[in-house]
Design a protein around this ligand. Structure first.
Ligand SMILES: C[S@@+](CC[C@H](N)C(=O)[O-])C[C@H]1O[C@@H](n2cnc3c(N)ncnc32)[C@H](O)[C@@H]1O
Length: 284
């Protein structure tokens, strides 16, 4: 790495870094929890990639132009943690399976059962939800239509999710019956999500900060796990309220375990499911 750039990053750590993170907060509404050295290293790598050695030159990119917006997206992509896996919190999927069974059994089921993974990363969360839903639907009401959408602030994450292709190591987290049925083995050793799932799942770029203007509504189920951490407490509550607004009456909202934000909105009740932070919408 260029020593001139390294020296400039030292200066960035002390002063410009705060400014950059403040700007990021204003622009995208999120705060990055990584240590200063991790953030500085990320910015330095980005500068190296752009062939910039001067921090001021890099900071000057962030004006009101279109290319500034593109640079924000690139930086957010690098700074946000995309950690995820299939069936990441197994109890949440048991809760989901029971909910879907009840929904299909006690009807009237919605004309189309729709669900949303908000902060979907590379897609494993939405595909896990879809495997549970498709399995229940095919067993109980094969004529029931369903679709799932995943959204993320990261274009790269959305792009990878759309590919629906995962390494063999990722399969260890998928229950065997789902793995055999829904993950097709390719000649190159990777696994691809079966058409029965991928044809009904769609991914979009979207910032939860602007969830109030998102053209999505009428969901039976929303998962928003391990994504609220990017927002301050008040903003988290506002986002949860917005998510609840987008649920049907009786709809299910699942947050990450431990993401209970002591929030008690109207029209929702907390489900008693050990280890799962789940709410049901009671009103319409
Ligand atoms: C740790 S991952 C969680 C993925 C998945 N929900 C899970 O629990 O396995 C957090 C995801 O939230 C996304 N994210 C961060 N800020 C966001 C925002 N403002 N709007 C939408 N997605 C965001 C990140 O890009 C990342 O993919």
């Amino acid at each position: 790495m260029n020593t001139v750039a390294a020296a400039r990053v030292q200066k960035l750590r002390n002063s410009e870094l705060d400014l950059l993170m403040q700007k990021l907060h204003t622009h995208a509404g999120i705060r990055i929890d990584s240590t200063n050295s991790v953030i500085a290293g990320t910015v330095q790598n980005r500068m190296t990639l752009l062939g910039l050695h001067d921090v001021d030159e890099y900071l000057s990119l962030f004006d009101d132009s279109i290319s500034a917006r593109a640079e924000w997206l690139a930086l957010i992509d690098l700074l946000t943690v995309k950690e995820t896996r299939f069936f990441r919190q197994p109890d949440a999927y048991k809760c989901l399976a029971k909910y879907v069974d009840e929904l299909l059994d006690t009807g009237p089921a919605p004309s189309e059962l729709s669900f949303w993974s908000a902060g979907c990363s590379h897609g494993q969360e939405l595909y896990s939800m879809a495997m549970v839903v498709e399995s229940a639907v095919s067993r109980r009401k094969p004529w029931q239509q369903w679709h799932g959408i995943g959204t993320d602030i990261s274009f790269n994450a959305v792009h990878q999710a759309q590919q629906a292709r995962y390494p063999e190591e990722a399969m260890q987290f998928i229950p065997l019956e789902y793995r055999e049925r829904f993950m097709r083995q390719e000649k190159d050793g990777t696994r691809v999500v079966a058409d029965a799932i991928s044809a009904r799942t769609h991914f979009f770029h979207s910032n939860l900060l602007h969830v109030d203007s998102a053209p999505f509504a009428d969901f039976s189920i929303i998962f928003c796990q391990n994504t609220l951490i990017y927002f301050e407490r008040e903003r988290q509550r506002w986002i949860i309220d917005q998510l609840v607004k987008r649920l049907r009456g009786g709809g299910l909202l699942i947050l990450g375990a431990g993401e209970d934000v002591s929030w008690l909105g109207q029209n929702v009740c907390r489900l008693q499911w050990p280890g799962v932070c789940a709410y049901k919408k009671t009103g319409g």
